[in-house]
Structures are given as structure tokens and as C-alpha cells.
Design a protein around this ligand. Sequence first.
Ligand SMILES: NC(=O)c1ccc[n+]([C@@H]2O[C@H](COP(=O)([O-])OP(=O)(O)OC[C@H]3O[C@@H](n4cnc5c(N)ncnc54)[C@H](OP(=O)(O)O)[C@@H]3O)[C@@H](O)[C@H]2O)c1
Length: 258
Amino acid sequence: MNSFDHPINAVVQGASRGLGLALVEQLLNSDQLAGLVATCRRPRQADELQALAQRAEGRLAVTGLDVTDEEQIAEAAAFTAEQFDELHLLFNVAGILHDETRDIFPEKKLDDVQPASAMYNFRVNALGPLLVMKHFVGLLADDQRAVIANISAKVGSIGANEMGGWYSHRGSKAAQNMFTRTAALEFKHHKKTRNAVCVGLYPGTMDTALSAPFQTNIPKDQIFSPARAADQLLEVIDKLDPTDSGGFFDWRGEPVQW
Ligand SMILES: NC(=O)c1ccc[n+]([C@@H]2O[C@H](COP(=O)([O-])OP(=O)(O)OC[C@H]3O[C@@H](n4cnc5c(N)ncnc54)[C@H](OP(=O)(O)O)[C@@H]3O)[C@@H](O)[C@H]2O)c1
């Protein structure tokens, strides 16, 4: 991170594994990081995250946050306010594509669509980041550079959808993209947030549990490790300025079609 001219405080929401955990690790490696709050829904079971916290010499605090529970989101924001005075970087990472324990899988056809599964995708992928923005925006540094990065997916692009399928996941990520852009417009109207950059970021395909069942037809060299994806996204963030707010960018910093 080198786009801030002072030490920064950050939040990574959805940090137990995959991209979120890698972002925590990369941020801790940065000299520019002052404080970091990492949230996940089961902190006591997040062994790798807790191990990072143990080695972080007080720079990393972990707290619980299930994005489907607004009360927990509010509590995590209050916890964050106790850790540091102002927030400069917020990552919304948590996402779902399949969850065998809830009988959630990406649909192949209309007949596969199940209301409960579709609603859960929406609650995690769309409403979750929206409510996190609602509760954390008050912590943003006043009238300064701040970045809100909502991790999205290219399958959430309406214009680039040429394959079909995955109704609930596509729909929930498209909704997330709309929420990102709408919040970005609101931020521009307020003195406190007019320098905030609120974007959707597509990390590319990563080798994580989320994509594991769907990697078969993707060449290995097109699948990033979470560490590489995290690195790439932090580089993209460094290049973003307020005129980019409301945009949707991939791991190279290239705009993604809505
Ligand atoms: N992997 C890819 O190829 C790919 C491609 C495009 C976009 N993305 C996006 O990248 C983001 C990270 O995905 P990933 O690949 O790192 O996935 P992952 O390894 O499966 O991790 C998913 C994360 O989301 C958390 N999560 C799920 N439901 C949650 C909830 N209700 N409340 C709080 N946290 C919850 C999980 O926490 P638990 O440990 O508690 O389950 C876990 O930390 C997602 O938004 C995903 O859509 C991924």
C-alpha cells in the first residue's frame, strides 16, 4: 500500500479463509498498516487468522461478524471504533456460491431455482456488503482518501453474461454492484466522504473453496492463489482515485463491463 500519505487503519470483512485471509496477511506485511480489524463469523474456529493475530504484535484484532445478521454488523463496527479513531480502507470480501450444508448450489436451469437458496445468496453477497457499508461508513476518515472495496465477480456483470446459469449468484453479485455504485454516488454528496473511493473489484478466478468445484475447464495458469490475488487487488487500490468511485475493476485495474 503506497497511495496513502500516512499510516492507515483497515477492516477486512470475511477474513477466515480464501481471499480475505490473504488480504489480512498482505496488509500485515505492509509498513503502512497501523491497525487492522478482521471479521469472520466464527472467530474461535478461524485458526489461521488467529495465528496471524498472535504474530501481529497488536496490529490485528479479530471479531465476529456474520453478514446476514445486522446486529452483529453493528457490534463489529462498534468494536472497530474502539480499536482506532478513523478507518481508511474497508474490504467486503465474504461471499457464497455453494454451501452443501444449506443445499445451495449454482443453478443450471430455471427449474433448479430454490427461493431459500436464492435469498441466502442475496443476503450474503448483496445485502451483506450493503449493511456493512451502512454501519462502517461513519468510521471513515473525515474528508480524506478512503477506499471501500466490495469484492464482486465477473458473473455479476449483466452485459458480459454470455453463458447463462447461476441465477442466484449472478443476480446477487449484480445487485451488489448496483449497491456499490449507488453508495459511491451518495458518498460524493457529503463532505465527509467526497474523497472516498467506493468500488467493486473482481479478483479473477482464485484457488479457493468457493471455486474448487468449478475449476475443471479453467487452465491452471489462469487461476490465482489467494495471496497473488490479494497482492494484485492492493496494487489496483493504490491506483484508484475519487474519479474511479462507483466503478467496477478487475485484478489488472481494467474496468469490467456492468
Ligand atoms: N474464488 C474465486 O474464483 C472468485 C471469483 C470471483 C469472485 N470471488 C469473490 O471473492 C470473495 C472471496 O471468495 P473466496 O474465493 O475467498 O471464497 P472462500 O475461500 O470460499 O471464502 C468465503 C469467505 O466468506 C465467508 N462467509 C461466507 N458466508 C458468510 C457470512 N454469512 N458471514 C460472514 N462471512 C461469510 C467465509 O467464512 P466462513 O469461513 O465462516 O465460511 C469465508 O471467509 C467472494 O466475495 C467471492 O464471490 C471469488
